[in-house]
Each structure stands twice: as C-alpha cells, then as structure tokens.
Write a protein that binds this ligand. Structure first.
Ligand code: PBG
Length: 331
C-alpha cells in the first residue's frame, strides 16, 4: 500500500495543519430578538439558552459578542402591538429601529449591526407582507393572499427607516419578487447609496423555523409556501441567487443551512458576491434537545454543524451559537 490517508490524521498538530476549513469568530453572526417593553431578558422555551432581549440585555450581549470578535449581529424586533400593515416596522420609534440605534451606539465599529427586513414580526396575521383578497384561479373562492407589489412598497419604507436608524446591512428575508431592486431603489433615492443589502436569496418554506415563531410571538396560521421556496427544488435556488445578484444584492444567503447544503454549494459555485447561510432556530433546537438527552456530544455537534456549513461554501454563518463558538475559539 503506497497511499495511506491516515498519515495525515496521526496527531492533533498534523490534523490542524491539513484542515481545509476552520471557523473564525469574524465569520459568525449572532441573530438576536429584541422585545418591546421588557425590563429584563425572557427565555425562549423552544430555544434553550436563547432569549428575547430587553434593550439593556441586548447591549450587554452585543458588548460580549464584540469582545470575543464576533463579526456581526442580526436584529429582530418583537413589537408590543402588531397590525395588518406591520406599521411598527416603519415607525422610527418602533422597537427594531430603536434597538438598531442602541446597538450601533454600543458596538461602534467592533461588529456589523444588521437588521431583518421583513414584515412578519410586525403583522397581526404573521405573514411577511400585506394581504389582499383574491379569487382562487380554479375554485373561484375568495381568499387572502400576500400581495407582492404592495408588500414591496412597505419594504421600501422599512428599508429607509432601518438605514436611517443606522443599520449597516439590511437582511431582506421576505421572499417577495423584486425585493432587492425595490429596496435598493428606495435607499438610493433617500441618499443611502452606501448601505449594503443581504438578499435571503434561496429561502425555503421550512419546518425548521418552528422555534422562531415562539421567539417573535408570531400569530401565523397556515404557512409561507406561496412565497418561500419548495424544499424539493434545487435548481430554483440558483435562479433566486442569480436574480438577487442582478437586482443588486451585495451578499446572498441560503436558508436554512443544514438541510440545504447542496443549494449552498451550488450558490457558492456561481456567486460573484459573498454567500452566507443561516443555521436556523430548528437546527439549534435539534442540537440542544439531543444534547440535553445525552444523545450527542453538544460541543462537537455544534462545531461540526458550523464547519459543514462552511465546507459547503458559506463565507459567514448566522448562528445562535456565535458567541459561544467565539468563546471556545479564543481558548
Ligand atoms: C422572516 C424570518 C424568519 C426567520 C428569519 N427571518 C421566519 C420565517 O421566514 O418563517 C427564521 C429564522 C430562524 O428560524 O431562526 N422574518
């Protein structure tokens, strides 16, 4: 036998030397939930270890993440009152915009403060856009549907409000057609030509967003299959990535991560802009639940899951483990 792959696996130092990928804190982004009216953080039961933050606890968590070299935070707002139009998203005094200003003041230039640009946290029906009645094309029944172009109008206003609050990267996660072009145009018209856009280009209608619904207290009934992608489709992921890049996305995202690593690898192969991936709430919950039972080694599972996402082609990873991983990496 001439070829023995085990030669390069023989010692820790050798294994480290030949590692093809490694995780660095600067490539990790921490998603955070900030809830209006809280005086202290509240745990999210389906995501043990993750909290709905008050403004104060958010500031402390951002300071801690920055200290460890985490690359960025992605803020989600949980408003006290929701309405059909999601008006809290546009209000400069809405929780997400208030939290953004506080986050930027806390973080300075230590990390990149990013915001989720989608209406679902702000609408009382829980959909990512505004609704209108339509006649079902086959049955003729009257039903509600998410109005793509009316939603774009709201996204434009939301984008300008976020840029004005100081967000350094807007994460367009609503899956409306044309959302990147619409928000780019609105930002440019308002003078925010230098605010970059992260297109959640390939975003699938996934069961793994389950715990997120609790985190943002979503009242969604039904599902998002009329705007998010069908998990059966791989080629369509490339189309969505190409469209977002053509519309001006500065970065594109694949989401969820672990059940769409093939789509991520495809995106990484064709993209001319950075490609990120989001290890979502259900991925987190699965690891936590199995680890709590003693069925998997928690730390190894976390490290392996994030490495697998990098190996598939992600330049950075949104993960609820960002700060904890950064802490392990520092030692
Ligand atoms: C939409 C949005 C969702 C998530 C991030 N942005 C929910 C959805 O699309 O249903 C899910 C993130 C997670 O599950 O961790 N605003």
């Amino acid at each position: 036998m001439i070829i023995r792959p085990r030669r390069l696996r023989s010692t820790p130092a050798m294994r480290r030397l030949v590692a093809e990928n490694r995780t660095h804190p600067s490539q990790l982004i921490l998603p955070m939930f900030v809830r209006e009216g809280l005086s202290e953080a509240v745990p999210i039961s389906s995501m043990p270890g993750v909290q709905q933050h008050s403004l104060d606890s958010m500031r402390r968590a951002i300071a801690g993440a920055a200290e460890l070299g985490v690359g960025g935070v992605m803020l989600f707002g949980v408003p006290e009152r929701k309405d059909a139009e999601g008006s809290g998203a546009i209000d400069p005094n809405g929780i997400l915009n208030v939290a953004t200003r506080a986050a930027v003041a806390e973080a300075g230039d230590a990390l990149v403060v990013q915001t989720d640009l989608c209406l679902d946290e702000f609408t009382d029906h829980g959909h990512c856009g505004v609704l209108r009645e339509r006649t079902h094309p086959v049955t003729g029944a009257t039903e509600l549907t998410v109005d793509n172009d009316a939603s774009l109008e709201r996204y434009r206003e939301m984008g300008v409000a976020q840029a004005e609050a100081g967000s350094q990267l807007l994460g367009l996660s609503g899956m409306m057609d044309g959302q990147v072009a619409a928000v780019r145009d609105a930002l440019d018209a308002a003078g925010h030509t230098d605010t970059p856009l992260l297109g959640y280009a390939a975003k699938y209608a996934s069961a793994f967003y389950g715990p997120f619904r609790e985190a943002v207290q979503s009242s969604l009934e039904g599902d998002r299959r009329a705007y998010q992608q069908n998990p059966a489709n791989r080629r369509e992921g490339i189309r969505e990535v190409e469209l977002d890049i053509d519309e001006g996305a500065d970065i594109v995202m694949v989401k969820p991560a672990m059940s769409f690593l093939d789509v991520l690898a495809d995106a990484a192969a064709i993209s001319s802009v950075p490609v990120w991936a989001y290890q979502v709430s259900g991925e987190y919950a699965m690891i936590e639940a199995a680890a709590a039972h003693g069925w998997i080694d928690r730390r190894r599972a976390i490290e392996e899951s994030v490495l697998s996402i990098q190996r598939a082609g992600a330049d950075a990873v949104l993960t609820y483990y960002a700060t904890e991983l950064a802490e392990w990496l520092r030692r």
